[in-house]
Design a protein. Structure first.
Length: 278
């Protein structure tokens, strides 16, 4: 698993470097999803950076599009574009906008950013594969705050109705939103903090709950989802830590979107340098 740990470390380092140098961007969510993203882009996704429009490729939709920095770093590390292009992030004519734009950057399967909409696009892709008798799989990563959007559950209903077992959704369940812990009023109405597994099962999904920072559990979860063809869409609930890997950012909602100072940047880079030696 050392190669995966190093890939995830490089994703986290890239996130910090880009936000620091560009003086903008989200940081906590990209850090929480880095391990799952590393597994996807290092091991799981059937993709070809030299042929980003390859018809038989697996599709990946980052529904929580505000975490695009982590996706861009993973893509750069896989060779979709040169690493230095990361430092054009969110500039006027950059291909790397604050949210993924499929019209600008080859390798992006869906433009996202309006929370709640990405899963619907992924459902459409998975249904298309079924109707065309194609073997590609569709992966979609959503956020727990995003799960308060009604469109998420409309998409879930359709996924179950059409038996889309080629759809693998991942919930980056880091428990924090932009302004703090998910409130009690939301707990009583929505599932992210109120047993998300039960709600996704109620919508007909085959659900697994894992430690989203444990590569052995991540591997097992995707292996199961790939081999369990029971005509149910899959949901992997990845319990994660917002700001994972940097001590002063972990579980701090203030780092949802923030720019580190010079001192904080140096500390973050030093801490990440130690991660690969654990």
């Amino acid at each position: 698993m050392d190669d995966l740990k190093e890939f995830a470390r490089k994703i986290r380092q890239g996130v910090i470097e880009v936000v620091y140098r560009q003086k903008q961007g989200h940081i906590g969510g990209p850090l929480s999803m880095a391990d799952v993203l590393a597994f996807l882009y290092r091991k799981e996704l059937q993709i070809d950076p030299k042929r980003p429009d390859w018809e038989e490729r697996d599709r990946f939709v980052l529904s929580k599009g505000h975490s695009a920095i982590a996706l861009y770093v993973a893509m750069a590390l896989r060779g979709f574009f040169e690493y230095d292009e990361l430092f054009t992030f969110d500039e006027l004519h950059s291909r790397l906008q604050a949210h993924p734009d499929m019209t600008k950057l080859p390798g992006i399967d869906m433009s996202t950013g309006s929370l709640g909409q990405g899963l619907s696009a992924a459902v459409g892709m998975a249904l298309s594969a079924k109707l065309q008798h194609k073997d590609f799989r569709v992966f979609a990563m959503i956020g727990d705050g995003e799960s308060q959007e009604g469109q998420i559950w409309e998409a879930a209903r359709i996924a179950q109705r059409y038996k889309l077992d080629n759809l693998i959704a991942i919930l980056d369940h880091n428990h924090l939103q932009q302004y703090g812990w998910i409130g009690e009023d939301i707990k009583t109405r929505m599932a992210p903090e109120n047993d998300p597994a039960a709600k996704w099962r109620a919508f007909g999904f085959d659900v697994q709950e894992i430690n989203g920072h444990d590569f052995s559990r991540i591997k097992q979860a995707f292996f199961y989802a790939n081999n369990e063809k029971n005509e149910r869409p899959h949901m992997i609930i990845a319990n994660t830590i917002k700001g994972k890997g940097i001590s002063f950012m972990e579980n701090q909602y203030g780092w949802h979107s923030n720019v580190p100072s010079d001192e904080q940047y140096q500390q973050a880079i030093q801490e990440l340098a130690g991660v690969s030696n654990e």
